[in-house]
Design a binder for this molecule. Structure first.
Ligand code: PEP
Ligand code: MN
Length: 263
């Protein structure tokens, strides 16, 4: 299918490449969010992320603060003048995020896997002009990823990017989600104009491999990275093992080499 996708330069919230999006897996409290984002700002981050509704695999865990956290995000945006990305998984989320002035929406891996869900999100975006990032589905199925991108695009969204966050695997591997690097490469082949982001946090599931996986994305010419950061990673309410402090995030970003510098 032919897609109409705007050039990344025309909608990216910042000029710097790669675009680094960082922030906590989940918004937990107004103070945690403000503190984390203020520290990230000092490290040069200008586009933040935070989970408001959390798609937990099993019930009983923290499922996100919900709408109240959008007010906290608005305060952070006002205070720091940054842009914010939030995951949406249904039309209510889309409506609430748009009303709150969220700058970028993203579709999570557990939503991309379901065409009904993606279509509902797409229908709620008709007539709306907002960038939407689409994570790969949790299972290694390129057609589902392509299909989700096509559904969102058919709804009239032209500011689209893809996020590579790795794939669930039956086998135990060193990754939380195996990267299967050929999938994003094939995706790019289908839609060469589309910006592509890496999500080393959800690929790795730990802090140790983050830098290498982030670098691999840049070596493949990714346009940006989404990396989770929390002021107190060990005590995070979700994804504690893979989050890094803002200070470490800043250090990592400075350690990353642009593709041309070492290839
Ligand atoms: C997240 O970004 O915190 C998240 C839930 O990611 P994914 O959809 O990749 O599992
Ligand atoms: Mn997470």
């Amino acid at each position: 299918m032919e897609l109409t996708i705007d050039k990344f330069e025309s909608w990216s919230p910042v000029k710097e490449r790669p675009l680094i999006i960082s922030g906590p897996c989940s918004a937990e409290s107004e103070e945690q969010l403000m503190d984390t984002c203020t520290q990230l700002y000092k490290e040069g981050i200008r586009v933040m992320r935070a989970g408001v509704w959390k798609p937990r695999t099993r019930p009983g865990g923290f499922e996100g603060i919900g709408k109240e956290a959008l007010g906290w995000i608005q305060n952070v945006k006002k205070e720091l003048g940054v842009k914010f990305a939030v995951e949406v998984a249904n039309p209510d989320h889309v409506e609430a995020c748009l009303a709150a002035g969220i700058d970028i929406l993203w579709v999570g891996a557990r939503s991309t896997v379901n065409p009904f869900t993606v279509q509902e999100i797409a229908d709620s975006l008709v007539g709306v002009d907002v960038p939407v990032l689409i994570k790969n589905p949790i299972n290694p199925d390129l057609a589902l990823w392509l299909g989700a991108i096509e559904r969102i695009n058919k709804a009239g969204i032209t500011k689209i990017g893809a996020i590579h966050r790795g794939f669930s695997s039956f086998q135990k591997t060193k990754y939380r989600n195996v990267p299967a690097w050929q999938f994003p490469i094939e995706l790019k082949r289908e839609f060469p104009e589309m910006p592509l982001f890496g999500d080393p946090s959800h690929i790795c599931g730990n802090r140790e491999m983050l830098l290498d996986v982030a670098q691999k994305g840049l070596d493949l010419n990714y346009d940006g990275l989404m990396i989770e950061s929390h002021r107190d990673p060990d005590n995070a309410w979700s994804d504690a093992k893979q989050q890094v402090t803002p200070a470490r995030l800043g250090e990592m970003v400075r350690e990353l080499k642009p593709k041309s510098a070492h290839s």
